[in-house]
Ligand binder design. Structure first.
Ligand SMILES: Nc1ncnc2c1ncn2[C@@H]1O[C@H](COP(=O)(O)OP(=O)(O)O)[C@@H](O)[C@H]1O
Ligand SMILES: [Mg+2]
Length: 469
């Protein structure tokens, strides 16, 4: 518990007798004493309310109750007894008009008054007959009958009653102690739950704040990337352009060595440009600044275009690239340049991660969108309909991607083998761009195993992008 204030407030709790002990249990306790000693007992709380009683109206008092004057007097005494405050010794005695007595004993717990026990009426052992005051008040009473009934009153010495009171007080103290402890424990438990809840709320609030800050930082990062990439691209284009011109001899003849150096400059420049383009693309996609320029396109012609682009490099690597397109495919509504970029990235990877003699294939066919995989088209998901789609499968028999890496390869800059001894180049941006572009089209991209080896990237794009999505 980290909050001491909470603890103090629990210790401050001053429970009342009736809060700690069940009334029925109090009644039972008093009942057992009554049945053992025959002495009537009543228990009053600190506020003067009767909490439990074990008493019977004795025959004497029943008789006196019928007598107008005596009845009124007895009633008056009983009410005085009820309000009698025990003195410094913790107990007080009040004699009744009959000569019987009442004893009031204070109940304490932990130095605090909790209530009062009232014993009586009972007769002292030496008193053999009612007090003369009774007959002075009511001379018409039957003296012999009254004496007979008086002798049937419970008969106990003051010491006996006080011992009994002590015994009861001790019992109460014990019960109160254990009940109080239980109450304290449960209060502490409550307080600690409350405290944990408060801490949790505090943490949630901090997390929300941190989250908001991170979102803002992420936005700033995207903006920064976009600006920097843009600023880098312009001078880099000049570098590439001028080195090209030099290689072509526009500035005079070159030695072989100079030409070789320039080629390297140009090659590295191209690589850098590719990286910058990737960053720019990604940051635009992240900040949702990319607008798709959709039109009705033939998937087939785009695949053909991609094939033509990678073919020279693939041939050099001795990787065969084939394509198979289902006949009669309808045109799809997509951004042709973006679609080309998606397929080029996938085919480029396939060639890159496949050794000499390997095969890469591109299959295009009509399929349907799995409603659960439709991104950003909640309306359609609710309808649960399946929409017509075009499926592109880019398969290779290269090194493959282990199952546990398949989610991660779509993260920006993630490369399965990122060691410095890695043979293939690249930036790790390709797939994250692919995924974002595919999702911008309302489609999905997944990875499957190729048999017996290699990888299949499956891109599913809806034939028509509904404005519902
Ligand atoms: N066809 C594939 N076969 C095996 N691994 C692949 C394939 N395509 C992608 N990968 C893995 O996913 C990583 C991320 O791919 P990508 O985002 O295109 O980055 P890059 O190609 O620049 O490394 C690659 O570095 C590679 O580890
Ligand atoms: Mg790549």
């Amino acid at each position: 518990m980290s909050n001491p204030a909470a603890l103090t407030s629990i210790e401050d709790v001053s429970p009342r007798l009736e809060d700690l002990v069940d009334r029925d249990a109090l009644g039972e306790l008093l009942g057992s004493v009554f049945s053992l000693f025959g002495i009537p007992i009543r228990l009053y709380g600190q506020d003067g309310r009767l909490l439990a009683a074990a008493a019977e109206v004795g025959e004497l008092y029943a008789l006196l109750g019928e007598h107008r004057r005596v009845g009124a007097r007895v009633e008056q005494i009983v009410s005085e007894v009820k309000h009698l405050e025990p003195g410094p010794g913790g107990s007080a005695r009040r004699e009744c008009v009959t000569g019987a007595v009442y004893r009031v004993v204070r109940l304490e717990y932990d130095g605090r008054a909790m209530g009062r026990l009232i014993f009586g009426p009972y007769a002292l052992p030496e008193a053999m007959e009612p007090s003369d005051r009774l007959f002075e008040l009511a001379p018409d009473l039957d003296r012999a009958r009254c004496t007979e009934l008086f002798q049937r009153l419970p008969r106990l010495s003051d010491e006996r009653v006080l011992a009994l009171a002590r015994h009861l007080s001790l019992t109460f103290e014990l019960v109160l102690f254990s009940e109080h402890r239980a109450l304290l424990t449960s209060n502490m438990h409550l307080a600690s739950v409350r405290e944990s809840f408060r801490e949790l709320e505090e943490k949630t609030r901090k997390l929300e704040e941190a989250n908001a800050r991170l979102t803002e930082l992420d936005r700033l990062k995207s903006n920064f990337l976009a600006t920097v990439s843009h600023e880098l691209r312009t001078p880099l284009t000049s570098i590439i352009g001028y080195s090209e011109m030099l290689v072509e001899g526009l500035a005079g003849d070159l030695t072989d060595e100079q030409r070789e150096f320039l080629s390297t400059i140009r090659e590295k420049g191209d690589q850098l440009l590719a990286l910058i383009k990737g960053l720019l693309d990604l940051s635009k996609l992240e900040s949702k600044m990319t607008n798709l320029e959709r039109e009705y396109v033939a998937a087939d012609s785009i695949v053909e275009d991609v094939l033509a682009t990678v073919q020279p490099h693939a041939r050099k690597k001795q990787v065969s690239v084939t394509r198979h397109t289902q006949a009669g495919l309808p045109r799809m509504y997509a951004d042709p340049e973006r679609l080309r970029q998606v397929l080029l990235n996938l085919v480029d990877n396939a060639v890159k991660f496949t050794g000499p003699g390997g095969c890469v294939s591109i299959d295009v066919r009509l399929a349907s969108m799995d409603p659960e995989k439709l991104s950003g088209s909640q309306g359609v998901v609710l309808l649960g309909s399946r929409r017509a789609a075009i499926e592109f499968r880019v398969a290779d028999d290269g090194i493959g991607i282990p199952e546990h890496e398949r989610d991660k390869v779509f993260d920006a800059f993630y490369q399965v083998d990122s060691s410095s001894t890695r043979e293939q180049g690249g930036t790790g941006l390709g797939l994250s761009i692919v995924k974002r572009l595919v999702e911008a089209h309302g489609g999905s991209v997944t990875i499957e195993d190729n048999v017996p080896r290699g990888t299949v990237f499956v891109v599913t794009l809806p034939l028509r992008f509904s404005s519902l999505g």
